[in-house]
Design a protein around this ligand. Sequence first.
Ligand code: ZN
Length: 653
Amino acid sequence: MSTATATCRTFRLILILLSILSASSQENNANTLLLNEILSYVDESVSECDDYYRYACGKWTEVHENDDFVDPLGLIDQKVNGNLVKLMAELQQKQQRSNVEAKMLSFYQTCRQAANSTRASKGYLELVPPNEQILWPQFKRRWEDWDSSKFQWMETLARLRRYGLANVLFDLDLQTENNSKYLVVIEKPKLKTESTQLPTDLHVLSQKLLVLGVNDRETYSLARQVTMLEQGVRKLVLNSQSSETVGEITVHELEQQTGGDWRKYFEILLNRTVSADFVLQVQNVAYLKQLNRTLARWNAEVLASYIMLRFVSYLEEATMDSREPIDCVQELRRHMLLATNLIYEQRFIGPDKLRKLQRDVSELLEVLRQQFYKMLKFNHLGLKSNQLKLLRDKMKMMKLSFGSMPMHTNHSSIVSSFYEDLQLLEDRDYAKNLLRLLEFDTRRLFEQLDKPHDFFLPDPNMSMISTPFYIRDQNTIVMPFGVLEEPFFQPDAHDIFKTTLLGHLSHELMHGFDSSGLDYDRDGNYNAQIHKITSLRLHEAGISCLNQYETVGMDEREADIAGIRLAYDAYFGPGSRFNQSQPSFTSLSLKQLFFLNSMQYFCNKEPLNDDEEHDSDDIRVYQMLINLPAFAEAHGCRPDDDNMHPSAKCRLW
Ligand SMILES: [Zn+2]
């Protein structure tokens, strides 16, 4: 060996050592930064065993006093939206734009520049009348009567369904059958959410009618009548049997059984001829029959006004009603999510990082999957072997999607062919362009009856936030890009900082096995065998235990409680490959860090607010931790003496 070569080797060795040292000091820096961030929210004057939410999140509001967001998800969305604003400015400067980029920019600029007059609710109603022969009642000419013989409520609902209005008088959507076939499903309307009814205050409603052009003298009486109509329908919904068997039926049979002109409805909605043997699924024929009879007794003008008011409320929810850049990019996320995701991916993530993210997150899911199998082996519910197999299969087939698109495919070609026939107007008329987008979304949705897309259409209600979610009939967890970025996901820091994402994945995974998720099998089809698990004695006992403390959404509570246990066991259970060594950068134990890291996701400036599905954040944290024995162990809480450690705990799985 020559001296020169030996020197060269020594030098190389030193370089390698230096780079390892610098990498590990970078890692330590990252860890210290993350830890300091976590500690900055902790209120040490509160005991962990007394009120963990206040301990972990006590200073969240103070630290983020001057920020616009209320919770960590808001922080992520602010970052994503900020990036998109930057991206739109870059697009404006760009000489050569792809078709998709040009369409996005066009809608963004319409949102930024449209005159206020093109955003008014009244304007939408002028663009979308009840049908081609008649205007909405308030637009009739003074000397004329409104010709009620020309109004047909089902025809109008079909026209409005083309713009996405659903869940009015009945609900109609698409569902998959074995992932490759879609079917129209009609059921009675869901009453749960606030958006499913008109304002209950008659003065507020009258004011709304006035703005829509109804004569001042008539608003109060009309408001009263549409409210009565709505109450009548709600009563009908509540009184009709929901246990009626789910059945496939032809459109001809449906017409015979309910009396409605359903064929015409579908021809308008699908914009094509529909044969009498067009098959759909109806979950409550008796309700539809009764509805038809009830509505026939109502004055057509009141019925038209009711439908019109629901359409206007729907449109109000579909837009931000603002021309600020930050609001306009949110509109883009809502109405052109696939395009937005694509250009976000291209500009801020790139193919290498995307591949790494996909690999990292898939690994985390795999760890949870193995832990789930172990949980099935433990078999707390006493499941039979065929039930265990169904659950194993479902877990095995659960998929991940990034940015609503399938993994390992060419996103660029998927997205450009998706938007190929979208025609936006360049006239900066906001209402006209929004209607075009809404109609485009519905067309894309229903064309799956003929040919399913090989990706799932994003739900506009989930598009503006970066939270992961689980799609039951696709058995898929969708990861929005925002959630995969710092500070949420730190692939290069100590493993313990991956637990926020691990907890998220685990929560979504358990949605596949919550009481509603247990209706579906591995392919997203209804399965009676799997459904039976919910009526097992121990499952029912688990649910009634969780029900001791009132909840707005049992599915969410189930996913919370089973999810945190699964994530904890995956990290600390036997055979774990996660780093278990005590970190040098803190004296907190790994287990304590696990809880801080995963629970601070729930910090919120308004912790007492619940939504329609989730309890308020403080209750969610409380429920997750009191039911997990490992929490009390990690903090030395005393059984029953400490608030966070009741000795009776609920267990579901
Ligand atoms: Zn959930």
